[in-house]
Design a protein around this ligand. Structure first.
Ligand SMILES: Cc1cc2nc3c(=O)[nH]c(=O)nc-3n(C[C@H](O)[C@H](O)[C@H](O)COP(=O)(O)OP(=O)(O)OC[C@H]3O[C@@H](n4cnc5c(N)ncnc54)[C@H](O)[C@@H]3O)c2cc1C
Length: 303
């Protein structure tokens, strides 16, 4: 039996593991995808204290090294359910394993939101991407669109503009919502064109991805845009359904918790982007990880 099972090896889960190991608790971290979470998609992180500028994957690597050196165990497995047996919990995974523990920290983060239009699923990985860091190189000297106007979208557009021939930034609102500093960098890139007040109406239905149809929301004008690729950065959705027996979800699917990161179930804590909060950043995820782990340790010590 483990003291703590942590679901998710993003910044929140990794920080929770550091605090729990330093309190001498046995820790198992489960992640369905790998180490680091969403921040591995970020080309440059410039707002995490201690690093003037660092790539998201380098930051995640440093966090992971620290956790592994402290003796946390890790399994690449998808957690499907948390069974609450009172003083013990059981985390059930897709591989059929059942991990018994005294406390669980849910740090499952969030996933990329899809546009939800025809042909999108068909072209993911073959014309449509959610990660400029991972796939931007495939579109060197090519024409791409970046859908979205928030911080993540602008960071991705800046990265794409360094290698792609042309980058269209398509935003549904009449203004960009990303930081002013990012907007200023983007405005200086000669190969970037920002199109506001416009949504993607359709993905052209040809055998291969060839472009999109845009709809200007103010007057209903439609235009065709020929593209080699499209990157979608329109926000995130949590994937907390598997945990709703032990944690209340708000109307957007985020987990409700108190300031101790405690859910409605004694011994089940939550940290990071999967939690109801107003700011989803690495700093807030790591802060939650610390709070959740300290309170999980106190809970275990009180058993
Ligand atoms: C492109 C991009 C750029 C960003 N840039 C910045 C930035 O510059 N500065 C900043 O502060 N923040 C940035 N962010 C936001 C930051 O990455 C997140 O706020 C942070 O990663 C949240 O950490 P987390 O641990 O809560 O969740 P996540 O990073 O989402 O990690 C959650 C982990 O849980 C795993 N998981 C989910 N469900 C399960 C399950 N059922 N079983 C097992 N594992 C599961 C996932 O695989 C994932 O690895 C950026 C995000 C993106 C996408």
């Amino acid at each position: 039996m483990y003291d703590i099972v942590i679901i998710g090896a993003g910044p929140a889960g990794l920080t929770a593991a550091v605090y729990a190991r330093r309190a001498n608790k046995t820790v198992l971290i489960l992640d369905k995808a790998g180490f680091g979470g969403q921040i591995t998609f970020s080309p440059k992180v410039e707002n995490y204290p201690g690093f003037e500028s660092v790539s998201g994957s380098e930051l995640a690597d440093k966090m992971t090294e620290q956790v592994l050196s402290q003796g946390a165990e890790v399994e690449i497995e998808n957690a499907l359910e948390i069974k609450d047996n009172g003083a013990t919990k059981v985390v059930v995974t897709e591989d059929g394993n059942e991990y018994e523990c005294k406390s669980v920290i849910i740090a499952a983060g969030a996933q990329h939101r899809h546009l939800g239009i025809d042909n999108e699923e068909r072209f993911i990985g073959d014309g449509i991407s959610f990660c400029a860091v991972c796939d931007g190189a495939f579109y060197a000297n090519k024409t791409v669109a970046l859908i979205g106007g928030g911080n993540s979208a602008l960071q991705e557009a800046i990265l794409l503009s360094e290698t792609s021939k042309k980058v269209y930034v398509i935003q549904n609102l009449d203004f960009l919502t990303g930081e002013q500093r990012l907007q200023e960098i983007l405005a200086k890139r000669g190969n970037v064109e920002v199109i506001l007040g416009t949504v993607v109406k359709a993905i052209n239905d040809t055998p291969t991805f060839s472009g999109i149809t845009l709809l200007k929301t103010a007057d209903g004008t439609e235009t065709e845009l020929n593209l080699d690729g499209m990157f979608v950065a329109i926000g995130l959705v949590p994937e907390n359904e598997p945990f709703k027996n032990v944690a209340d979800l708000d109307q957007n699917g985020y987990i409700d918790a108190d300031e101790k990161c405690l859910t409605k179930t004694a011994g089940v804590f939550v940290a990071g982007d999967c939690r109801q909060k107003t700011v989803r950043q690495v700093t807030t995820a790591t802060a939650d990880g610390a709070v959740a782990a300290i309170n999980a340790c106190r809970y275990i010590d009180s058993l």
